[in-house]
Design a protein around this ligand. Structure first.
Ligand code: DGL
Length: 272
């Protein structure tokens, strides 16, 4: 078995895995949620890098040839260093990919005004990863970012559809749209945020598109494997999905269902 590893700080990556499974049903996947140490969003570069590297190494030890970091914060803070510094030493044939680049590549097709908004964690926003990547491919696009530090904790705690959540969603969407009135496309730059979609849509004026990353990430992975048959042959295809968590399996099995829309059974592991 050589499953594709999918990693997130907690449950958010399950929204991406769900789409991988739907669009790539023959592949094997192994999901790792670092629920014991989530959220990553407000942590330092050193901490996020250390935690992400531990997760990637763990997944490699499970025989993964390809690992997808299905977390914007970890993609923003740790991916490049892992690709450039660690991977050549661990195994130059293995691959680690993130979710920011595929999202950025898609944005050019979506905006008409060339003004886009990014909603993300403090870590993702402060890293400026979206701004830097967008500037490289679409220098004509104006990017405005807004950090939403409360959104991941709301989702991780299942508080996704109440007055409290509505308050924090309204607050950040207003701030984003006040900062640039020409925004016509908003990227949910965090894999947890699709769980808040109902309230997000309710607070966004019609005519502004809201883009989640699940479909974009799946289509981009399919395209990547088509272009890299040497990696594709290293991915086993028996339609299996395995779940690992660094915290309570009971809680993961119960809350994870919210993200994955299916019953799931997890195993506990220790990362350190
Ligand atoms: N799902 C992660 C992301 O996409 C959440 C980050 C966190 O743990 O704060 O950014």
């Amino acid at each position: 078995m050589q499953p594709i590893g999918v990693f997130d700080s907690g449950y958010g990556g399950l929204t991406i895995l769900k789409e991988f499974k739907k669009k790539m049903p023959v592949y094997d996947f192994i999901y790792l949620g670092d629920n014991a140490r989530t959220p990553y969003g407000n942590r330092s570069f050193e901490t996020i890098y250390k935690y992400t590297l531990q997760a990637v190494e763990y997944l490699f030890a499970q025989n993964c040839h390809l690992v997808i970091i299905a977390c914007n914060t970890a993609s923003a803070k740790a991916l490049r260093t892992i690709q450039q510094k660690n991977l050549p030493k661990i195994d130059p044939n293995k691959r680690v990919l993130g979710v920011i680049r595929p999202t950025v590549e898609k944005v050019g097709e979506l905006t008409k005004t060339n003004h886009i908004g990014i909603l993300g964690t403090v870590g993702t926003v402060n890293s400026e990863s979206y701004v830097i990547e967008l500037n490289k491919i679409f220098p004509e696009i104006k990017v405005t970012q807004e950090a939403c530090p409360m959104w991941v904790p709301l989702v991780e705690n299942g508080e996704t559809n109440n007055e409290g959540a509505d308050y924090f969603i309204k607050k950040h969407i207003r701030a984003l749209l006040d900062a640039d009135k020409k925004i016509d496309t908003i990227i949910l730059g965090c894999t947890h945020y699709p769980l808040l979609m109902n309230l997000i849509q309710k607070n966004i004026p019609s005519g502004i598109k809201v883009i989640a990353q699940n479909e974009i990430s799946a289509l981009s992975l399919i395209d990547y494997l088509n272009r890299h048959p040497e990696i594709d042959t290293e991915c086993s295809k028996n339609s299996s999905v395995k779940f690992l968590t660094t915290d309570s399996t009971e809680i993961f099995n119960q809350r994870g269902q919210m993200f994955f829309n299916e019953k799931l059974v997890s195993e506990k592991i220790i990362l350190d």
